[in-house]
Write a protein that binds this ligand. Structure first.
Ligand SMILES: *[C@@H]1O[C@H](CO)[C@@H](O)[C@H](O)[C@H]1NC(C)=O
Length: 290
């Protein structure tokens, strides 16, 4: 397991190791997978950890490791902090960590809530995931204003997935997402980014980086609300020419929370598919060469 709660001091590394040992003795025979039981970060485990790390929102390092003191009901603030922290951990686990955690994930991205609640992780509020309930998971999903999750009941079992943003390769576009077959299905398809990235984007196209897909929003954040698929702070909008993309066989998909996703061609959406580029929120055109 990586340095999520990385040993910033040898002392802490020691402490978490001890905790790990003591946690493994009582009744729950939790199969510890090898990658989650080493406490040194190291380069092992390939690019996986770093991918996950790259998408971790800036947190006071902490995160996914069981550590220190306060058990269930310990610190962690009021109820909404607790739920908010749970939601953030769920996003990270469901998008990026299924394979390193040996979590059984279907190709449509769903995992059993029951399995999730057995993981030896703690939320950013320093609350062990195991001390949360199914009801709290439902609450985290309900409270999420970007609709990042879906729940599904199947054969009396509750399943959860992240609607987009995956880096785990067990999830396939076809399983997770609905293909867009005609331009009628999208009125606008826009990628939010930052002016400082534009030179590189215009040189190489839009790249999916560690993710499975390049993300586009299906609307503009005009009402000041949040919009799925775009960061609040973006200052540059790149519009995709959807009909040209479809014409040339680029596969476009839409997620349950209306994010438009594509692998482009080999992970890149070339500049010739850009319809226009604008500043945001000013919406002044930015000229570019196709
Ligand atoms: C989008 O692509 C279509 C098909 O190639 C083309 O006819 C149209 O002019 C393009 N639109 C813009 C705004 O570039």
């Amino acid at each position: 397991m990586r340095a999520l709660a990385a040993a910033s001091s040898p002392l802490r590394a020691r402490a978490s190791l001890l905790l790990l040992l003591s946690a493994s003795s009582p009744r729950l025979p939790l199969p510890m997978n090898p990658s989650s039981s080493s406490s040194s970060g190291g380069g092992g485990g390939g690019g996986y950890h770093s991918k996950a790390a790259a998408f971790a929102s800036p947190q006071p390092r902490g995160g996914a490791r069981r550590r220190g003191g306060g058990g269930p009901g310990g610190r962690g603030g009021d109820g909404s902090d607790r739920i908010d922290a749970l939601g953030r951990l769920l996003t990270r686990v469901l998008r990026h960590m299924a394979s390193e955690l040996n979590l059984d994930m279907r190709t449509d991205g769903y995992v059993r809530v029951h399995d999730l609640l057995k993981l030896n992780l703690q939320t950013f509020a320093k609350i062990p995931l195991k001390s949360h309930t199914v009801e709290e998971i439902r609450e985290a999903v309900r409270q999420d204003n970007k609709q990042r999750f879906s729940l599904l009941e199947e054969d009396g079992e509750l399943l959860i997935r992240a609607n987009q943003g995956h880096t785990v390769m067990t999830v396939t576009s076809e399983g997770l997402l609905k293909p867009i077959l005609s331009t009628d299905e999208v009125s606008v398809c826009v990628h939010g980014t930052y002016r400082k990235n534009l030179d590189s984007i215009l040189q190489y196209g839009l790249k999916r980086m560690a993710r499975l897909h390049v993300h586009f929003s299906s609307g503009l954040p005009t009402d000041g609300g949040v919009i799925s698929g775009m960061r609040h702070s973006v200052n540059t909008l790149i519009y995709l020419n959807v009909s040209k993309a479809l014409q040339d066989g680029m596969k476009l998909y839409i997620s349950d929370n209306k994010v438009i996703l594509t692998e482009g061609f080999d992970g890149v959406v070339p500049v010739k598919y850009f319809e226009k580029i604008e500043t945001w929120p000013g919406r002044a055109p930015i000229p570019f060469q196709k």
